[in-house]
Design a protein around this ligand. Structure first.
Ligand code: FNR
Length: 180
């Protein structure tokens, strides 16, 4: 199975990127994970949505070809980051590549609540008509205090988080088979 991870942070040392990279390595025997970064996605513009820039064409194509999407995002000002909302706007238009595609949401933040508000907003957004993505319920991964949970090589070292992630990924793999 092929999964793409959309990372909602474009910074180099992103904890959310670390989390996606950890999942890519740890569960490589369960699915292929390709991490998509949003650094080269220009601002959505309705004037160009039918003939978007090449980076957007490539981004949408990768999402279209994936069996499922893993959203790994920080919380910015109690919601999703602008770069993520912008990418979602592109995905929601024209060929609407998210419709019917299963999603799993997770996120890491330095605060204790671990992106709980951002994830709630993202879940609502994914139910919008232009997205129409079924989201795995009851498997909510909030990695709070992220600066204490990764080592200097980007490995997730917090044992309870590792164990919980194992169970969520197991549930995700079983559930996504319903849609493949
Ligand atoms: C933040 N941060 C933050 N954290 C949080 O838990 N709730 C919030 O509302 C916000 N808001 C916020 C706004 C802006 C503009 C920035 C730059 C940061 C802190 C955030 O969790 C922290 O910077 C993470 O490390 C960002 O994720 P990455 O880049 O490490 O993946």
């Amino acid at each position: 199975m092929k999964v793409v991870a959309i990372v909602g942070s474009i910074r180099k040392e992103s904890y959310n990127l670390m989390l996606a990279q950890y999942i890519e390595k740890k569960y490589s025997n369960q699915f292929d994970l390709e991490i998509l970064r949003l650094n080269d996605i220009p601002m959505y513009n309705q004037d160009t949505e039918n003939e978007p820039p090449q980076s957007v064409v490539d981004f949408k194509q990768k999402v279209k070809e994936a069996d499922a999407v893993l959203w790994v995002t920080p919380e910015y000002n109690a919601s999703i980051p602008g770069v993520l909302g912008n990418a979602i706007d592109w995905l929601s238009r024209v060929d609407q590549v998210m419709i019917g595609k299963p999603s799993l949401i997770m996120g890491a933040s330095m605060g204790n609540l671990g992106t709980v508000k951002a994830q709630g907003h993202l879940r609502d957004i994914l139910f919008a008509p232009g997205l129409g993505s079924p989201v795995l319920q009851r498997n909510e991964v909030y990695v709070g205090a992220a600066h204490n949970k990764f080592d200097s090589n980007g490995n997730l070292t917090d044992e309870s988080t590792v164990k919980f992630l194992d169970s969520v990924i197991e549930n995700f793999v079983e559930w996504m088979k319903l849609y493949v």
